[in-house]
Design a protein around this ligand. Structure first.
Ligand SMILES: NC(=O)c1ccc[n+]([C@@H]2O[C@H](COP(=O)([O-])OP(=O)(O)OC[C@H]3O[C@@H](n4cnc5c(N)ncnc54)[C@H](O)[C@@H]3O)[C@@H](O)[C@H]2O)c1
Length: 329
């Protein structure tokens, strides 16, 4: 494959690039990343001399089109996004730019180069939160985003669905639950807990810390993406009848990825403190985030049917993650 990985210097994108290059050394990888506060070229250090790195904006149609032509790209994997809910509550404008205008720009590029496949990475947050006794969200369930971040991701999805139908573009999407692991921007929950604990500072936990998240180790996510890419490749190559025809409208080509291992935030904070040998007294409850989602859960049976399941237990993944952040401090 000749891959354009957008947002490839961010948390999940960098893991995808590192693992893909290791598994498929002959594939060409071009990373396009704007290097916002969340991107870090150094994450790609082990492969930098074997990939092409371009700093730029996915909303720049001309730039992306040039990259497609110059490097004969056949597949785009889009990780580029503004991703932090708290930032979107303060100022949603950058979220509209990258998560909506940027996605439409990639669609424009694919319209001009319809042989190119686009795998877009989305999130469980598009469904909004669910109650403790609700079933995990399935493909085709209605979207009720709670934050500007989630609304911008849901909008991007809508544009992609319309592009699949109107121009029959080769688009697939994934929605994943919360990821954790090395390379995550330091303001996110797990890095914040580790950093504060190591420095013996108060650990800010929203509300009473009872909100639930389903944590997936980042390389389990990228493994699922590789499998989906492989499967979708075969799908498009074989020119099979569109999944659109056999499934409820809009639900074809959308894959759910989840660990099915939900934890309350407070329990995650306590586990980290235990790994670090620190006191739970460091936990400090702070005023809840406005519109804070209670719980997310996804039914990931369509990805599991492809043969994927998570390999890294939460205990093992959390230990590795804590060690990595400790080393970086
Ligand atoms: N982190 C999670 O828990 C999680 C869970 C589910 C889905 N997702 C989705 O996965 C994708 C990647 O998330 P992440 O946590 O790695 O994000 P991140 O914030 O760590 O990284 C995003 C990357 O995109 C780049 N970027 C931002 N705007 C850009 C633009 N206009 N053009 C080019 N590059 C740009 C940034 O520089 C950064 O490298 C996002 O679409 C996110 O919605 C994340």
């Amino acid at each position: 494959m000749n891959l354009l990985v957008t947002g490839g210097a961010g948390f999940i994108g960098s893991h995808f690039v590192l693992r893909h290059k290791e598994q498929f050394p002959d594939d060409l990888i071009v990373v396009l990343d704007q290097l916002t506060y969340a991107g870090n070229k150094a994450f790609l250090e082990p492969v930098l001399n074997r990939i092409r790195f371009v700093q730029g904006d996915i909303a720049d149609v001309e730039l992306v089109s040039q990259l497609i032509l110059r490097y004969e790209i056949d597949t785009i994997v889009n990780f580029a996004a503004e991703t932090h809910v708290d930032r979107s509550i303060k100022n949603a404008v950058p979220f509209i730019h990258t998560n909506i205008v940027g996605v439409q720009a990639l669609i424009e590029v694919c319209k001009a180069a319809p042989a190119v496949r686009l795998l877009h990475i989305s999130t469980d947050e598009v469904f909004g939160d669910i109650a403790d006794d609700d079933a995990p969200r399935k493909n085709g369930d209605p979207l009720y985003p709670s934050s500007p971040y989630a609304a911008s991701k849901a909008s991007g999805e809508m544009l992609l669905l319309s592009a699949m139908r109107t121009w029959k573009l080769k688009i697939a999407m994934t929605r994943c639950t919360n990821n954790y692991g090395p390379h995550q921007a330091e303001e996110k929950f797990i890095p914040t807990v580790v950093r504060s604990a190591v420095k013996n500072e108060q650990i800010p936990v929203y509300g009473q810390g009872k909100n639930k998240r389903d944590w997936l180790y980042v390389t389990d996510h990228t493994d699922a993406l590789e499998l989906i890419l492989k499967t979708e490749w075969a799908f498009w190559d074989a020119k099979l009848p569109g999944v659109h025809e056999s499934q409820p409208r809009g639900s074809g080509h959308i894959f759910h990825i989840s660990a099915d291992d939900e934890r309350q935030n407070i329990d995650v904070a306590k586990m980290i403190l235990k790994i670090l040998g620190k006191s739970e007294d460091l936990i400090s409850f702070v005023e809840d985030r406005p519109g804070h989602d209670w719980r997310y859960a996804l039914d990931s049976s369509n990805t599991r049917k492809l043969g994927w399941k998570p390999k890294v237990s939460f205990e093992e993944g959390l230990k590795k993650t804590v060690e990595w952040y400790k080393r970086k401090l």
